[in-house]
Design a protein around this ligand. Structure first.
Ligand code: F6P
Ligand code: MG
Length: 513
């Protein structure tokens, strides 16, 4: 049976034991009991027991859907990204002098070439080589259980795309000298260095710790905090539109336009937040101070400018006393081009304090960036900010499987007061990356991340850069149809966004089967 095909809503074929002459209690299977092959239709959403990584609750996006973004990504964008990554390795190779290291790097490049051929020829997905990474077993279990015989184009797009980044990792992780090499590092640093205008706009504005003007009443103070929270939520949200995997050909001017952070601009951009739970989010965050002591988790997306915006937001949460601790979750190795690794995290903080990335700016501007960086490093020392990197974040599983495949991580997140998932890929993983109707409620779309006992409050802050769109409210399907007609490409432009909140089931005892 094809992946998207299960019997329709008609009564299931009787299959309870029946008595046959001379053969008591044997199953009798009559083909006439089965619905005709052409009547077999999938009913969506699938029932929970028939959902698995190859059969999401609603139809999966797959690379072989010609004219889809999945097709464009698997067929064109990923080979281009890989080609650029090979160029990066050539640059490194040309600067290397030790023979042993040169030979080792050439072998990494040969593996990358092979991966590119596999990708372009739609090769079957083979198991990941045991390279000592913590996620090998998770990858190979998922391939064996759900993707035997599948290839780059007919496996669900999310899995196939993630698998490509895992295979890229393998090109280096089996080497002697280049285990930790990041083919995207140059690009990530470069984009931050080219984001000067927005970087200094934020650093000069937020360098002084947040405090209230003298003589303000409690109500005024609360309102000032609320306004600041709303503004910084948008700064954090739109920071996600600068994603390197999509900005391959953008000019500096275009990047600047995407990053303008001013108040007026934010008022205008709020109307592009198509599913907007920001008011509820404020109620939750405002409650943290008095309730449980405020631990907020960020499941990070991109390095450089987006990470910088996340940190500005997290800084405000700490200074205002809304949160006592912020835990940041990054990737263990280079992922989807621009995602944050520990090296990117360290690079950002150290470049802010010691770097010379912006030779043309004034001393005062440089000083604001340096002081901001020092404050953030201090938070780390004091344990107010904690950086973590669980292996599950770099697997092909969606977050519907977080509870079952990474129970330790689920338990850990269940202790948080609010888990903010940044960006498009995290949103795809939360929602199983499938064609759910845009009116689908966020709680339904994220399955066990909302419904499992002990599920934390979850917020997805994402600029829309791929097909899955949910949480647009009862009129969402009509709105999506209208946008589709008027602005084809609205789902990948990064112009629109969602900020969606699920209340989860915090405080309940987490249970595992
Ligand atoms: O290649 C497509 C994709 O996986 C989409 O999720 C998105 O366009 C991009 O890559 C990643 O975006 P983000 O960095 O926001 O997760
Ligand atoms: Mg990313």
């Amino acid at each position: 049976m094809p992946d998207e095909v299960v019997p329709n809503g008609a009564a299931p074929p009787p299959n309870e034991p029946t008595k046959t002459k001379g053969m008591p209690n044997k199953m009798s299977l009559k083909l006439s009991h089965l619905p005709s092959k052409k009547d077999i239709k999938v009913v969506y959403p699938r029932t929970p027991s028939s959902i698995d990584p190859n059969n999401p609750p609603w139809p999966a996006f797959r690379g072989y859907h010609t004219y889809s973004f999945a097709y464009a990504t698997m067929g064109h964008r990923l080979p281009t990204i890989l080609g650029k990554a090979i160029d990066d390795v050539i640059e490194t190779l040309n600067q290397e002098s030790e023979e042993d290291r040169v030979k080792d790097l050439v072998e990494c490049m040969e593996r990358m070439d092979k991966l590119k051929v596999d990708l372009e020829s739609h090769a079957k997905l083979r198991p990941v080589i045991d390279d000592g990474e913590a996620d090998v077993a998770l990858w190979n279990k998922e391939i064996a259980k759900f993707f035997q015989g599948k290839d780059f184009m007919n496996a669900p797009w999310l899995f196939a795309e993630a698998y490509k980044y895992r295979r890229l990792r393998e090109c280096f992780s089996v080497s002697k000298h280049w285990r930790h090499y990041d083919v995207f590092f140059r690009q990530k640093c470069d984009t931050f260095s080219r984001s000067g205008d927005a970087v200094f706009e934020l650093s000069t504005r937020f360098i002084e710790p947040f405090k209230h003007k003298e003589g303000m009443s409690d109500t005024e103070k609360l309102e000032a905090e609320r306004l600041m929270f709303m503004e910084l939520t948008q700064v954090c949200l739109w920071g996600n539109s600068t994603d390197l995997s999509l900005l391959i050909n953008m000019t500096e001017e275009q990047i600047k336009a995407l990053q303008s952070t001013g108040g007026e601009n934010l008022a205008a951009t709020e109307k592009n937040i198509l599913g907007n739970d920001m008011a509820r989010l404020w109620e939750v965050v405002n409650g943290l101070r008095t309730n449980t002591g405020g631990r907020v988790d960020f499941v990070l997306d991109n390095a450089g400018f987006e990470l910088y915006c996340d940190c500005v937001y997290a800084d405000f949460l700490i200074q205002s006393g809304l949160a006592k601790q912020v835990r940041f979750h990054g990737k263990r190795y280079p992922w989807f081009v621009s995602d944050v690794t520990k090296k990117d995290w360290n690079w950002l903080l150290n470049s802010m304090v010691y770097g010379h990335l912006f030779p043309k700016v004034s001393d005062a501007e440089m000083e604001s960036l340096r002081r901001l960086g020092l404050r953030w490093k201090e938070y780390e020392k004091e344990g107010k900010w904690v950086y973590e990197q669980h292996p599950f974040w770099c697997t092909g599983y969606t977050y519907w499987d977080l509870h079952s495949e990474a129970p330790d991580l689920f338990l850990h997140l269940s202790k948080s007061d609010l888990v903010i998932f940044k960006g498009d890929l995290n949103h795809r993983k939360l929602t199983y990356d499938c064609a759910a109707p845009p009116s689908t409620e966020f709680d339904i779309a994220i399955g066990p991340m909302a419904s499992a006992a002990g599920a934390p409050r979850v917020c997805s802050m994402r600029t829309i850069k791929s097909d899955v769109v949910v949480g647009l409210g009862p009129e969402g399907d009509a709105l999506a149809d209208k946008l589709e007609k008027e602005e084809p490409g609205w789902k990948i432009s990064g112009k629109y966004a969602v900020v969606l909140l699920s209340e989860g089931r915090p405080g309940e005892k987490v249970r595992f089967a």
